[in-house]
Design a protein around this ligand. Structure first.
Ligand code: NAI
Ligand code: CS2
Length: 493
């Protein structure tokens, strides 16, 4: 039997269920990207707000590309889904009730989605669609007009497929109807995610109608956010554990994540917002220092561990944490090469680094290094390269960052240290394969991959010291492998 309103009474009494009147909820947020993260993060904060503070903010959950099954599952179970908190082996479960509706572009049609977004009561469109959903060029944070889907949206603005395309068309329709706009809130792991979202939306709007772009510029806000909770992709084993938590009831839309969660939002909304501050969300004037801290210390060390771990045969982050040299190197990276670059004030960064390592040790999470390694071309700039620029400008060392970047190069070269082929998942995978195929496995490989100016900009490939450092690390990885390269580096601190 599946999770639904009918089966709620059969759940074990420890499971937290929506104890509020779901009929009083109004769909006021449209969320684009009903993936694992949204379910375990924004939806949970909003659910606690409904349960504990009588909030009436509900969601229409939307997937535009991929994730058809999740939307179908949600519809079949009265829009209920569960989230398990995995504190090592001690799990606890909550059924979330704030979803009111669910739509998929390929199932329900884009017209239906636009109809919902243009309802007067929609106040926020929030987004978690991974970095590639923004169709932007990471080195400049500008729209990628060569992206096939963006080309489609430029030619067919009323039937958009992309996130920027849908937002532009929805805002166009609201403007025409004389309705208030909505706030656009990205919750993806990008630096200044609000700024990136604004850039791509405005660029697309300008191509369509400069008046529309002006109206958006003057009336719509794009608050940046810092979002944090480790929520690995659901596996069949996680599904089994969720079912056990639910006393045998199945929940294919269920998800599991770590207990920790954090959300910092720039308080800049044009049409109201839930009182998220009542449930621990930090509403601030400037989110950038928090975002930068999290992207460099957490995500930067995550990517470092993911590439070096995967090459060495460590399938999960908690396996990397069993290797004392990986722990030492990750901590050195966080404190000496990332924390030193940050603007954030009043945060104990030593304690932050230790808390991150502790979260990585959680053996319940089974967070795959392969999952974190994906989409590297869109992740490296904010996780590693911005810090490298800081060190180059300040003449300070960046050995761990150089090793991390070289490990990405080794990873996209396609073979791990045991000689096994790597399945690379990246929007630029074809280009990566071409660059790898046309270069020898030595300093030529490094030079060749540095040609990706959308990733490395024009400055880094022309900085001789940077190229030397990455080349040295690359050759070490080639000659002695990831495990020993990390060991040697960690021994040198
Ligand atoms: P997921 O794979 O479970 O879900 C991805 C979602 O993005 C799906 O709803 C899918 O329909 C949508 N999507 C994918 N490509 C798209 C495209 N080109 N256009 C439109 N929609 C697209 O991933 P998950 O775990 O939900 O993570 C999503 C993002 O959330 C991450 O990339 C990151 O930016 C952010 N995040 C994730 C955390 C995590 O631990 N999972 C933690 C903090 C942030
Ligand atoms: C990870 C993040 O997949 C990745 O790239 O680094 O999703 C990480 O788990 C989250 O940002 C934690 O908040």
């Amino acid at each position: 039997m599946k999770l639904s309103i009918k089966t709620l009474p059969q759940l074990p009494k420890e499971v937290v269920v929506p104890n509020y009147d779901r009929n009083k909820l109004k769909t006021k947020i449209v969320h684009l990207g009903f993936g694992a993260f949204h379910r375990a993060h924004q939806a949970v904060f909003t659910d606690i707000l409904a349960a504990e503070h009588n909030s009436d903010w509900g969601y229409c959950e939307v997937n535009l590309i991929g994730g058809e099954k999740q939307i179908e599952d949600l519809k079949q179970q009265d829009y209920l889904f569960s989230i398990c908190e995995m504190a090592y082996d001690n799990w606890s479960t909550r059924v979330v009730g704030v979803a009111k509706e669910a739509l998929h572009a390929d199932i329900d049609g884009i017209a239906k989605i636009l109809e919902v977004i243009t309802r007067p009561e929609i106040a926020i469109v929030s987004i978690t669609v991974t970095e590639k959903g923004y169709c932007y060029l990471p080195a400049t944070a500008s729209i990628d007009t060569n992206n096939t889907l963006i080309k489609h949206d430029i030619e067919n603005p009323t039937k958009p497929k992309t996130v920027p395309g849908v937002i532009v068309e929805a805002l166009y329709l609201r403007k025409e109807k004389g309705l208030k706009p909505f706030t656009v809130m990205s919750c993806d792991n990008m630096p200044e995610n609000g700024h990136v979202t604004r850039n791509v939306v405005l660029a697309l709007a300008k191509l369509r109608d400069p008046n529309l772009a002006n109206w958006i510029e003057q009336n719509v806000t794009f608050p940046s956010t810092m979002v944090d909770r480790i929520v690995p992709a659901v596996t069949p084993e996680t599904m089994e554990k969720i079912q056990k938590q639910l006393g045998g009831i199945e929940d294919p839309a269920g998800v599991a994540g770590e207990p920790f969660k954090q959300w910092v939002i720039e308080d800049n909304f044009v049409n109201g917002r839930p009182d998220w501050q009542k449930v621990g969300v930090e509403l601030v004037n400037d989110v950038l220092p928090y975002e930068e801290m999290k992207l460099r210390m957490l995500n930067g060390s995550h990517s470092f561990l993911a590439y070096l771990g995967y090459l060495a045969g460590y399938l999960y982050i908690d396996e990397c944490m069993q290797d004392p040299f990986y722990v030492k190197a990750a901590r050195h990276l966080m404190i000496n090469e990332q924390a030193s670059t940050l603007r954030v004030k009043g945060v104990d960064l030593q304690a932050y680094a230790d808390s991150l390592l502790d979260r990585y040790r959680n053996t319940g999470l089974k967070h795959r290094t392969w999952q974190i390694a994906m989409d590297g071309t869109l992740k490296l700039p904010q996780r590693m390269l911005d810090s490298v620029r800081f060190h180059l400008a300040n003449n300070t060392p960046f050995d761990c960052l150089a090793l991390g970047i070289a490990a990405w190069m080794r990873y996209v070269s396609g073979t791990d240290d045991a000689g096994k082929a790597i399945e690379i998942s990246d929007p630029m995978v074809d280009k990566l394969k071409e660059l790898v195929a046309n270069s020898q496995d030595n300093q030529e490989r490094v030079k060749s991959l540095l040609l990706l100016s959308h990733v490395f900009g024009d400055d880094l490939p022309n900085n001789q010291y940077f190229v030397e450092q990455v080349t040295k690390a690359y050759l070490s990885l080639r000659d002695i492998g990831a495990k020993q390269s990390v060991e040697q580096l960690a021994e040198s601190f």
